[in-house]
Structures are given as structure tokens and as C-alpha cells.
Write a protein that binds this ligand. Structure first.
Ligand code: HMG
Ligand code: MG
Length: 298
């Protein structure tokens, strides 16, 4: 068994909700985050400070941050695309941000309306201000296993963007299979190529489950020594700027697999299942978690 502590970064309130069409009341978002913070999860990505024209669902970011009941054991990272987003977020008592770019030029343009190189230029002052405020910075690299607009993405560009974000001051990079097209074989090849050049303790995986491969891909990462994985309660999620992308690997399923492999997560799976039922009911959708379905009250 792979016995070790594994950190789970819950991204449901952000990655999960950003793609929901119907307006989710702020109160539901707050209850979702507060429920998750009572489960033993240590990192809960709460919302995004992006343009409300681009992601209307998260336009209530300030309100969400002011209404949650903060558990001192948890950090509540938020996504910021630029200095403007950080400035607004700083007024909300944040301690960690996620900046995001891509290994694919075509996706970067669709998602944040700039080239990869321009994204670094936006991040430089954002990172500088974050550091001045003792904010931890996580960097997302999207499309590591393929792009909905350009197709193949080279291992070289995934490695290069990852290294650049670490050099610029990110303390962790999260490799995103944005559209869930990776397979264990493909992710294994990618990690074999890029991990020798990256500090493994600073690498996380962010696997979407569009093709049902996410848990298999996580297992490959675990085997390579990665100990941080992003997931979303009830498998909520998908990027509105990635055609056909569905949710992240479900937190419930990730915990079940990790505990079954002998890993410690510090998370109470029953509590996460309960929160998953709450949000699935609130959104009037079926849970994307197999474990939640297996354990659903009959
Ligand atoms: P732009 O239109 O090029 O930016 O968008 P701009 O600087 O020209 O500004 C346009 C307008 O947006 C202006 O307002 C700005 O003030 C406003 P106007 O004058 O038109 O009224 N604006 C902002 N408002 C609020 N907060 C801000 C902000 N910045 C500008 N921070 C921009 C560029 C980056 C803003 C836009 O493209 C954007 O917001 N994109 C976000 C897209 C997004 O959130 N995508 C989903 C998250 S990424 C993801 O899901 C992948 C991930 O999960 C990993 C994976 O799965 O791979 C992380
Ligand atoms: Mg994502």
C-alpha cells in the first residue's frame, strides 16, 4: 500500500459552480463551503475574482468571502486572473490565490484573452503584490493532456509553463487535464518526461473526469510520488471556456480510493458525502460521485 499523507484541494465551490447555468444563491454557496470546512478538508477553493462578464456565476465572490464561517484549520484560496482581481480579493481577507494559464496557446486565448507570454506579464505585478501581502500563490497549468481548440499539447510546453510559474514565485503548480482526455498511459508518459525537472513536493494534479479516466490518472500521479490532488464534491464542475468539459474527479471517490490504498487524508468521507447530497439536491442534479450513489440513503 502507498502509505503517506495526501492533501486534497477541494475545488467544487469554484471549478464546480463556475459552469452551472442557473444562478446559485449565495446562501447555497456559503452553506456548501461551510459544510466542506467541517469535514477535515484543509484547502477549499472558494470562488474567483474574475470578470463577471466572463463568469457571471461567481459575480458574488466578495459576498461569499464575507459570509463564510472560517475554520482556522482551513485555507480558502481564490482564483485571480490579474492585478484587478487580486486587489478586490485582498479586501476579503484572503491568504492564498490561484493564478491560471495554459500549456496551450489556443486555450489561453479563449480562457483569459491573452497569449501565454502575456499571461506571465499580467502575473508579474500580481505576484509581486501577493508576496507583499504574504499571500501564498498556486499556479494552474491547463490543457496538460490536450486542448479542446488545438488538440495535442506537447510535454515540452507543459514542462516549460510549469517551470516558469515556479520561477515566478508559485509555491505549487497544479497540472490540469481541463477536458479530461488524459489516460493513465498518457499521464504516465507526461509525468516521466516533466517530473525530473520539477520539485515533486510542489506539483499537484487537477484531473477532470469527462472520459472516466480521472481516478486512474490520479493513481499514476500517486505512483510518481505526487501527494496533492484537486477534486470536487459530487464531481461538480467544468470550465465554461472548455467545450465539452465535465466535472473534476469527485472528492468522495478520491477519498475512497486513497484510504483504500492506505493513504491518510484527514478527511471524513461520510461528511463529504453528506455535503455532496446537499449540493446535488440544491442544484437538482444527480451526484457525479459513484461512492455517493453507492452510499445514498435508499
Ligand atoms: P479582458 O476582457 O481581456 O480584460 O478579460 P480587460 O482587462 O480588457 O477588461 C475587460 C473588463 O473586465 C473591464 O470592465 C475590466 O474592468 C473587467 P469594463 O470596462 O468592460 O466594464 N475586469 C475585471 N472585473 C472583475 N474582476 C477582474 C477583472 N479584470 C478585468 N479580475 C480577463 C480578461 C482575464 C479579466 C477575463 O478573460 C476573465 O475574467 N477570464 C476568466 C475566465 C475564467 O474564470 N475561466 C475559468 C477558470 S480557469 C479553469 O477553470 C481551469 C482550471 O480549473 C484548471 C483546469 O481545469 O485546467 C483552473
Ligand atoms: Mg478545472
Amino acid at each position: 500500500s502507498i502509505s503517506d499523507f495526501v492533501k486534497i484541494v477541494e475545488v467544487g465551490p469554484r471549478d464546480g459552480l463556475q459552469n452551472v447555468k442557473k444562478v446559485v444563491p449565495t446562501e447555497v454557496k456559503v452553506n456548501l463551503i461551510d459544510g466542506l470546512s467541517q469535514s477535515g478538508l484543509k484547502s477549499i477553493e472558494a470562488t474567483s475574482f474574475v470578470s463577471p462578464k466572463w463568469v457571471p456565476q461567481l459575480a458574488d465572490a466578495k459576498e461569499v468571502m464575507s459570509r463564510i464561517t472560517r475554520n482556522p484549520e482551513c485555507v480558502y484560496p481564490v482564483l485571480v486572473p490579474n492585478l484587478k482581481g487580486l486587489e478586490t480579493a485582498l479586501a476579503c481577507n484572503i491568504s492564498e490565490i490561484g493564478i491560471f494559464t495554459a500549456a496551450s496557446e489556443a486555450f489561453c486565448k479563449k480562457n483569459i484573452n491573452c497569449s501565454i507570454k502575456e499571461s506571465y506579464e499580467r502575473f508579474a505585478p500580481t505576484i509581486e503584490l501577493a508576496k507583499k501581502n504574504n499571500i501564498t500563490i498556486r499556479g494552474y497549468v491547463s490543457c496538460v493532456a490536450g486542448c479542446p481548440y488545438q488538440g495535442d499539447v506537447s510535454h515540452g510546453s507543459v514542462g516549460e509553463v510549469s517551470q516558469k510559474l515556479l520561477e515566478m514565485g508559485c509555491s505549487e503548480i497544479s497540472l490540469g487535464d481541463t477536458i479530461g482526455v488524459g489516460t493513465p498511459g498518457k499521464i504516465n508518459e507526461l509525468l516521466k518526461t516533466i517530473l525530473p525537472f520539477l520539485p515533486i513536493e510542489n506539483v499537484a494534479l487537477h484531473m477532470h473526469d469527462t472520459y472516466g479516466q480521472a481516478l486512474g490518472n490520479v493513481y499514476v500521479g500517486l505512483d510518481h510520488g505526487i501527494r496533492v490532488f484537486d477534486s470536487s464534491v459530487a464531481g461538480l464542475g467544468g470550465c465554461p471556456y472548455a467545450r465539452g468539459a465535465s466535472g473534476n474527479v469527485a472528492t468522495e471517490d478520491l477519498i475512497y480510493m486513497l484510504h483504500g490504498c492506505g493513504c491518510d487524508t484527514g478527511v471524513d468521507i461520510d461528511k463529504v458525502i453528506e455535503v455532496g447530497h446537499f449540493i446535488s439536491q440544491a442544484l437538482e442534479r444527480d451526484s457525479g460521485s459513484k461512492v455517493a450513489i453507492a452510499r445514498a440513503p435508499k
